[in-house]
Design a protein around this ligand. Structure first.
Ligand code: GLY
Length: 433
C-alpha cells in the first residue's frame, strides 16, 4: 500500500483522513493529536510526528525518511505557503494546488480579475481600493451601508463584512475597510446584493472537472443567521445533488466558469488540481460570483466525502492519472447533514483557557452519526480539551430524507455532549432564510 501525507488538522482533514486511510497508509505532521486523524494513522499502519506542518524542512525530511509517495493538502494557509510545492519538488503525486495555483483563494483581486475576463456578467460591481482617500470617496457615494467589505488575503471565512448585518452605517463600514487597507495594502468594496448563497465544488485533475453535490453552508454563528461570520456552523446536501432553489442551468453556468478558470490558471503548466470551490449568489439578475477557494470547504468536505460512492482513493488516482470523469467519480443518491460543535465563545471572544468537556463518541456513532474532531484533543476516555478558539468537532449523518439525516444528528447529541458546548439548532431550516 502506498503512503500518503495529509497536512492540516481540522474537521475537513479528519474526514479526509478517514477516506484516505481506506486505500493508503496515512502519514501526517501535526501540531497536536487530532483524535480522528491519529486513529486513522494507527488503523492504516501509518505514522505521525508532532511538529509544525508549516516548517518545510521538517515536512521534507519526514517525506524522505518515510519514503512517502502521495501528498494531499486542503488547508488554505498550507496551500498559500507552498507545502504542495515542497511535495512536488520531491517527486510525490500531489492533490492540491501549488502556491501559485492557490492564488485564486489568497488574492481576492486576482480571482475578480479572472472572472472579469471569463464571465463579466457574473461580477458584482466592486472597487479595488489602495488608498484611504479613494476609500472615503467610494464609500461616500453609497446612500447607506449597502456595501460589502472584503479583505484581500485569507481570513478563514471571518473577514468579509456585510453592511446592515456585520456593520451598521457607513462610518463603521469605513473604519473596518480602513483597518483591512492598513493590514494588506488594499481592500475591496462591493455592492451589497440580494440573493441566495450556494457553493459549487468540483474535483479536478487540472483539465477535467466533476461537480460534487451542491452544498448549502450556514456561515453565521447563531440561529436565524444572526451574529458574525464563522468558518461554517453546519452544512447540508440534497439527494439529487442540487438545492431546491437552483436549476441545472445555474450549476452548469458555475461549472463552466470553474472549467475556464482552471484552463486559465493551468495555461503554462499544471499548477492546480484537487478541488476548486466557487461561492455564488443566485439573484434575480442571474448567478453572481462571490469567491473561489482552492480546496475542499469545511464543513462541506464532511458532507461531500460522505456522499461519494467511488472510493476516494480511486478518485485520487484518477486525478493523478488525469483520467477523472463522471463514470469514475460517482456520488450516492442521499441527503447529508452536518452540525459543528463549538465553545460558547466561538467567533465572539477568545477564551483564555482551553475548554475541558465531555463527549460520548461511541454512543453518538452507535446512532449512525460520524464524529470528526477538529481543534480538540483527547485527555482520557470521554474527556477532551479544546486546543484553540476554532470549531471543536463536526457530526455528520446521511439519510433517505433531509429530516432523517437531521434527526439522527440532533438526537445523537442528547445526553452525549457536554452542556458547556454550543451549536446551531436550526441547521436544515433552509426554506426559512
Ligand atoms: N465553509 C466555508 C469554507 O470552507 O471556506
Amino acid at each position: 500500500m502506498e503512503k500518503c501525507l495529509l497536512l492540516g488538522n481540522g474537521g475537513r482533514e479528519a474526514v479526509l483522513a478517514e477516506y484516505i486511510s481506506k486505500g493508503y497508509k496515512l502519514y501526517t505532521v501535526c501540531p497536536y493529536e487530532n483524535p480522528t486523524i491519529i486513529e486513522m494513522v494507527n488503523k492504516s499502519y501509518g505514522k505521525y510526528i508532532i511538529a509544525d506542518p508549516f516548517d518545510k524542512k521538517i515536512v521534507a525530511d519526514f517525506i524522505k525518511e518515510n519514503e512517502i509517495e502521495v501528498c494531499l493538502i486542503s488547508s488554505d494557509n498550507l496551500l498559500q505557503d507552498g507545502l504542495i510545492d515542497v511535495a512536488r519538488e520531491l517527486g510525490l503525486k500531489t492533490f492540491g494546488p501549488t502556491s501559485k495555483g492557490a492564488k485564486i483563494e489568497w488574492s481576492k483581486t486576482y480571482a475578480l480579475e479572472i472572472v472579469e475576463k471569463l464571465a463579466p456578467e457574473m461580477i458584482i460591481k466592486n472597487y479595488n481600493i489602495t488608498d484611504v482617500n479613494q476609500l472615503k470617496s467610494i464609500i461616500d457615494k453609497y446612500e447607506d451601508d449597502s456595501f460589502v467589505v472584503k479583505p484581500e488575503g485569507l481570513t478563514g471565512g471571518k473577514g468579509v463584512k456585510v453592511g446592515g448585518i456585520h456593520f451598521k452605517g457607513k462610518e463603521e463600514g469605513f473604519e473596518y475597510a480602513k483597518s483591512c487597507l492598513e493590514t494588506s495594502g488594499n481592500v475591496i468594496i462591493q455592492d451589497k446584493i440580494e440573493g441566495r448563497e450556494f457553493t459549487v465544488m468540483a474535483l479536478t485533475d487540472g483539465e477535467n472537472i466533476v461537480v460534487t453535490p451542491i452544498t448549502f453552508d450556514y456561515p453565521y454563528r447563531f440561529d436565524e443567521d444572526k451574529g458574525p461570520g464563522t468558518g461554517g456552523m453546519g452544512c447540508l446536501s440534497f439527494k439529487d445533488g442540487m438545492l431546491p432553489f437552483l436549476e441545472k442551468k445555474d450549476v452548469d453556468e458555475c461549472a463552466k466558469l470553474i472549467k475556464n478558470t482552471l484552463k486559465y490558471i493551468n495555461k503554462d503548466s499544471i499548477e492546480f488540481n484537487g478541488v476548486i470551490y466557487g461561492g455564488f449568489f443566485k439573484t434575480k439578475n442571474g448567478i453572481k460570483f462571490i469567491e473561489f477557494n482552492a480546496r475542499f470547504g469545511d464543513p462541506e468536505a464532511l458532507n461531500v466525502l460522505n456522499s461519494l460512492e467511488t472510493p476516494f482513493t480511486e478518485v485520487m488516482e484518477n486525478i493523478f492519472n488525469k483520467t477523472l470523469n463522471t463514470n469514475n467519480c460517482k456520488f450516492k443518491n442521499n441527503y447529508t447533514f452536518t452540525v459543528y460543535i463549538v465553545t460558547k465563545e466561538y467567533a465572539i471572544e477568545n477564551r483564555k483557557e482551553p475548554l475541558v468537556f465531555t463527549m460520548n463518541k461511541d454512543k453518538i456513532q452507535e446512532q449512525g452519526v460520524k464524529v470528526y474532531f477538529a481543534n480538540t484533543k483527547n485527555i482520557e476516555g470521554n474527556i477532551y480539551s479544546s486546543v484553540s478558539n476554532s470549531r471543536l468537532f463536526g457530526l455528520t449523518a446521511s439519510g433517505e430524507t433531509l429530516e432523517e439525516a437531521r434527526k439522527k444528528v440532533y438526537n445523537s447529541m442528547k445526553g452525549n455532549i457536554d452542556k458547556k458546548l454550543d451549536y446551531r439548532k436550526d441547521i436544515g431550516n433552509i426554506y426559512e432564510h
